[in-house]
Ligand binder design. Structure first.
Ligand SMILES: Nc1ncnc2c1ncn2[C@@H]1O[C@H](COP(=O)(O)OP(=O)(O)OP(=O)(O)O)[C@@H](O)[C@H]1O
Length: 257
């Protein structure tokens, strides 16, 4: 049994004037512990798909199954991390990361300590009583990661979490997130526009076409890259070969009308 199964999912947004088919008959399955990236032209439905998996929106057609059970509503096993950190500015970092524990009713001495250990492990020791505006963008995204992991979700949905960061911070954070997710054996789905990021972080890459959004191809990253951390993977000769290949694939999808 696969960890996540997306079966014949289609989604149409109905507005007053028109209907937009964001996703058309998308099916795939993902195994526990896999890291999968969604790549595709703008508007191909990547965020819509992530929102459906997170149960933030209900698909027009199709089903999503997590560990063999149909998902109907927001699931405690699913954590979401976005481009913006959405930390509450009036709460300290510690209060922000304990928030999810309160909401889920699991705010115990043990879960609080685990969250603080995670905060220390991710290089934010000493920031517990700071407010978000006292931290850099990269530090705030790390705090957002800790807040997401604090409730111990089995799967993380990452919607362009590094895209607002400067290049160096982005590379460092890719490394940190990848290592943290591997250490904690989390399954992850990443939406990104960055081909290099997808190759460096993923086990598989799903390529989507736009208008309507369809899953057109899936790529298994060669094992010699999968074994390496994102930074090391970027130095490997296979990385640039794969980059060029995916660049052409993506370009052909963007130019097809
Ligand atoms: N709330 C909405 N109402 C109407 N149309 C929407 C809504 N949200 C998304 N869409 C449309 O659905 C399609 C898919 O959007 P979505 O944001 O999922 O794509 P995406 O691949 O994540 O885009 P990007 O890469 O630009 O972030 C687009 O044509 C978009 O305009």
């Amino acid at each position: 049994m696969s960890f996540l199964v997306v079966h014949r999912v289609s989604h149409t947004y109905f507005t007053k004037k028109t209907a937009i088919t964001a996703l058309d008959n998308v099916s795939f399955s993902i195994e526990k512990g896999e890291f999968v990236s969604f790549l595709g032209p703008s508007g191909c439905g990547k965020t819509t798909l992530l929102s459906i998996i997170a149960s933030l929106i209900r698909p027009t057609e199709g089903t999503v199954m997590l560990e063999g059970e149909k998902i109907h509503s927001i699931h405690p096993s699913v954590g979401y991390m976005l481009q913006q950190d959405y930390l509450f500015p009036w709460k300290t970092i510690q209060e922000n990361i304990f928030l999810g524990l309160n909401i889920m009713g699991i705010n115990t001495q043990e879960t609080r300590q685990k969250a603080l250990d995670l905060l220390n492990g991710i290089g934010l020791k000493g920031t517990e009583h700071h407010y978000p505006n006292q931290l850099s963008g990269g530090m705030r995204q790390r705090a957002a990661l800790v807040r997401t992991l604090a409730t111990d979700p089995k799967m993380l949905l990452l919607d362009e979490p590094f895209s607002a960061l400067d290049y160096q911070t982005k590379l460092k954070l890719e490394e940190l997130v990848w290592k943290t997710l591997k250490d904690y054996e989390k399954t992850a789905l990443l939406v990104t526009h960055d081909i290099g990021e997808a190759i460096a972080m993923s086990d598989r890459i799903f390529l989507f076409s736009a208008k309507p959004g369809r899953l057109v191809r899936t790529f298994l990253i060669p094992s010699e890259l999968r074994r390496l951390s994102p930074f090391a993977a970027r130095q490997h000769p296979t990385f640039s070969e794969l980059f060029q290949f995916l660049w052409k694939e993506l370009d052909s999808l963007e130019t097809v009308k």
